[in-house]
Design a protein around this ligand. Structure first.
Ligand code: ADP
Length: 268
């Protein structure tokens, strides 16, 4: 079993103490191919069970600095699962319609239905991150949001949604290398957003805003995981294992038929 990278509720987090380069006892991607394949096979079976049981949902929240690998995680962890039972939702700058509601409205609408694995690519946490760093709303508004987020997530958990929150932790140097690689490769130019370059200058402000999130919204019912993400292959392995474990814990069962199957014969 890998290190779970769960932040114990009550821990005071300083991101500098977390090693973004960590790869546990692995040294090379090739060593993780087999364990990853095994986990993906288990994940496929568990997803089918979640879908068949139709009682619980799994919400995976992905957050991190620009280029941290949210898209790659979705590809790497979810490859091979049944798309019918999976929703991916990207949280961008709110539309005028979204902005006319409370900040949790669009998140709540996007929460997966029973039986479904939902992935938030960014999330309601943007409303205490980018919003705070760039002063998009007054302080007296964003300070209330931490508690509102905790209450919202508690309500989801109490209603049968498992909430898994992952911070994909990359170093500032790794972000530089990833941005440079995008600049060098014309096929990756579409991935470069002006906001990525703008936000790099605010790195320390984001670190501070994330630390507040980890120290304020890290609850028993929905704790954060800080995942070392400089090495994409290790990131995918750890996250897949966490997802498999949390589905296993649900101890799901295929539903019993609603009528007596033994009495049925299929006529010619
Ligand atoms: P990504 O960077 O996730 O691949 P985009 O390049 O489309 O995707 O960036 C989405 C942008 O939307 C990010 O800069 C993010 O900070 C911004 N965003 C998301 N939610 C909000 C919000 N609630 N308020 C303001 N900006 C937001």
């Amino acid at each position: 079993m890998l290190q779970p990278f769960i932040v114990t509720p009550g821990t005071s987090v300083c991101l500098a103490d977390y090693d973004a380069d960590d790869t546990g006892h692995y040294h090379h991607k090739s060593e993780t191919k087999r364990p990853l394949k095994k986990l993906q096979k288990r994940l496929r079976k568990l997803q089918e069970l979640l879908y068949a049981e139709n009682q619980r949902a799994l919400l995976i929240i992905l957050q991190g600095m620009d280029t941290c690998g949210k898209d790659g995680t979705i590809r790497g962890v979810m490859s091979g699962i049944n798309v019918q039972g999976c929703d991916v939702v990207n949280f961008k700058v709110p539309s005028a319609h979204e902005a006319s509601h409370d900040f949790l409205w669009r998140a709540h609408r996007a929460v997966p239905a029973k039986g479904i694995i939902g992935i938030f690519n960014r999330s309601h946490y943007e409303d205490v991150l980018v919003t705070r760093v760039h002063n998009l709303v007054p302080e007296e508004v964003w300070t209330l949001r931490y508690q509102q987020i905790n209450n919202f997530e508690k309500m989801l958990v109490e209603n049968g949604t498992v909430v898994l929150k992952f911070f994909l932790h990359i170093s500032k140097n790794e972000q530089k290398a990833r941005l440079e690689s995008r600049l060098r490769d014309p096929r990756k130019h579409w991935k470069i957003a002006e906001s990525d370059l703008r936000d790099r200058a605010y790195w320390n402000d984001y670190v501070h805003a994330y630390e507040t999130v980890f120290n304020t919204c890290n609850t028993e019912w929905a704790p954060w995981h800080i995942i070392p993400a400089n090495k994409k292959w290790y990131r995918n392995l750890v996250i897949t294992e966490r997802v498999v474990e949390s589905l296993q814990k649900l101890d799901m069962k295929y539903p019993e038929p609603t009528f007596d199957i033994s009495q049925i014969t299929i006529k010619d």
